[in-house]
Design a protein around this ligand. Structure first.
Ligand SMILES: [Zn+2]
Length: 455
């Protein structure tokens, strides 16, 4: 073991205790009753930055919950890495399903159980302890660092959304390190290089000016709910093809080598079907499920409101009906263009007697990061070294808006290096974080800082 490894080993108990202290703060961002705890969470992160040896720190207050900022500019001539994490957490409900209280961290079977353990306080702490370890061992840092920790990740990130575009000079960096994701499987070092985008809408249909009796008007009055069902059914085939003209035009199939690497991942479609989804079959296009989830656009209806849904019968012809519909986007698709194509398709499908409109709720751009970027290459190398296995590159079917924000506003490659596990119960009862991943995470991030200093 070298001096960095030895230092990390020697700090085990102290760092776990410090992580527990962080985890005891119920910094729930979605509930305004917890504002004082959010402030406490921000102060803790700020003090932890100072303890790690980051001289310049500040609390940025204004819109929304405070941003915690820190910078180290002492590595002359070396590149700068911008590090991101969040100190807010999801609400812990339902409380009765927790084996130990969510804000009283407990260690069981090599894991630490608490709300925020993996998402994301454990991973914020990984970055801070990597700094502390490098400082202790070398007396200085090998790379320039900037830190931005937000307190609204679980609730829309208004503060960071407003701050990043107007702080391009302050946040200027050569790469962004985002520690808020998971390994594909236990012990398998994983870098995520692709994220899907999103167009989230509400489709509103209006027929009659008010609800009507189907005995009196059935046969002549337009039914908004029938019309909405007709529109929704016309948007997608049962085998998963989206029926919006032009939607696949800009979709690029991942390279053969990337698809081949996905087939080598420890992924069992039937296990996912049975254990995670609980359905009789997987649906969708005739492509590998990982390709369907990571590299194909999909359309889903999330909710329908209209008419009578109470007990018994009420023979109403609804005048109005709405549905929430979203489309997940893949690289090269533009939210604006997809939205316009959806609007046009909805108009084509709208039956006589009703008016339909598509209201945009929110959107996110899809992202693909070049794995040949030197920072990604260095990250993959150190990750492999610490975990003793070759790093795999995956994509994610979801969106992480802050990543697009960094890539877009700051023009930096983003490295999504996370140390959670797929079964960490994020946003659910009994959230946990593997203690061994915590310490391997500290070592990986520290070695990444060393390697990034030499790019
Ligand atoms: Zn998170």
């Amino acid at each position: 073991m070298d001096s960095l490894g030895a230092y990390i080993e020697q700090k085990r108990d102290a760092w776990l205790e410090e992580l527990c202290e962080f985890l005891r703060i119920p910094s729930i961002s979605t509930n305004p009753d917890y504002l004082p705890q959010i402030k406490k969470g921000a102060d803790f992160a700020l003090e932890a930055l100072k303890r790690a040896g980051i001289e310049h720190t500040e609390l940025i207050e204004g819109v929304g919950h405070p941003l915690v900022y820190g910078e180290y500019t002492g590595a002359e001539g070396a590149p700068t890495v911008l590090c991101y994490g969040h100190y807010d957490v999801q609400p812990p409900d339902p409380l009765e399903q927790w084996a130990s209280p969510p804000f009283e961290p407990a260690v069981r079977n090599g894991n630490i159980y608490a709300r925020g353990a993996a998402d994301d306080k454990g991973q914020v702490m990984i970055q801070l302890k990597a700094v502390e370890a490098l400082r202790a061992v070398h007396g200085r840092l090998p790379v320039n660092l900037k830190f931005i920790f937000e307190g609204e990740e679980e609730t829309g990130g208004q503060a960071i959304d407003a701050f990043v575009p107007k702080s391009k000079e302050k946040l200027k960096a050569d790469a962004a390190l985002v520690c808020d994701t998971a390994l594909f499987a236990p012990d398998l070092p994983t870098l995520c290089i692709g994220l899907r985008g999103l167009v989230y809408t509400e489709i509103e249909v209006e027929g009659a000016s008010h609800d009507l009796h189907s005995g009196l008007y059935g046969g002549v009055a337009p039914n908004a709910l029938n019309a909405l069902a007709w529109i929704l059914a016309g948007l997608k085939t049962p085998d998963g093809k989206i029926r919006i003209s032009g939607i696949y035009d800009s979709v690029q199939r991942p390279a053969r080598s990337e698809r081949a690497s996905w087939r080598r991942l420890p992924f069992d479609a039937d296990r996912m079907r049975a254990e995670e989804i609980g359905s009789v079959a997987l649906t969708g296009e005739k492509k590998h499920p990982l390709e369907r989830m990571w590299a194909r656009p999909t359309l889903d209806v999330h909710g329908i409101v209209g008419g009578y849904t109470g007990a018994g019968a009420k023979t109403v012809i609804p005048g109005r009906a709405t549905a929430k519909v979203s489309i997940r986007l893949v690289p090269n698709q533009k939210p604006q263009e997809v939205l316009a194509a959806l609007e046009q398709r909805v108009q084509e499908l709208t039956p006589p007697g009703v008016k339909a409109r598509v209201v945009k709720i929110h959107g996110a751009v899809p992202l693909l990061i070049d794995p040949n970027n030197p920072y990604i290459e260095k990250a993959a190398k150190v990750f492999s070294r610490v975990f003793g296995r070759k790093t795999v590159f995956v994509r994610s079917g979801g969106s992480i808006p802050v990543v697009a924000l960094f890539v877009d506003a700051l023009q930096v490659p983003a490295i999504l290096m996370g140390f959670g596990l797929p079964d960490d119960n994020l946003h659910a009862p009994n959230e946990k974080f593997s203690i061994s991943n915590f310490f391997r995470g500290v070592e990986t991030v520290a070695r990444f800082f060393e390697a990034a200093g030499q790019v």
